[in-house]
Design a protein around this ligand. Structure first.
Ligand code: FES
Length: 115
């Protein structure tokens, strides 16, 4: 994001934990991207159905980059060892340590993540 983009980002008035992390167009449909929300590294995903999801950036298993994972409407699959995590609550489909999920929404073309 350029300095121009930062100054164009909307003011967030929903609380101190909400952070504008970047333009929604920075995340192509069906993919994820890593961002920093405050001092928290997050991964934000835009699914092909248009829904947005945000998780912790690093996989709890061995630190895999979750933003590079494969997705469908139900789960995120870590690119390193293919553990799958549910969007609904971050739980692992195989009983592994769950991932944290965060509220995310679009506001005026920007992604807002609450951490
Ligand atoms: S690091 Fe994600 S499944 Fe191993």
């Amino acid at each position: 994001m350029s300095l121009t983009d930062v100054t164009a980002a909307p003011a967030v008035t929903t609380g101190p934990r909400a952070h504008v992390v970047g333009p929604v167009d920075e995340v192509p449909p069906g993919e994820g991207r890593a961002f920093v929300a405050g001092d928290t590294q997050v991964a934000v995903f835009r699914l092909r159905d248009g829904s947005l999801h945000a998780t912790q950036a690093a996989c709890p298993h061995a630190g895999g980059p979750l933003a590079d994972g494969q997705t469908d409407v139900n789960v995120l699959v870590c690119p390193l060892h293919l553990y799958a995590y549910r969007w609904s609550d971050g739980s692992s489909t195989s009983g592994e340590t769950p991932i944290r999920t965060y509220p995310v929404r679009e506001r005026d073309g920007y992604l807002v993540v609450e951490v």
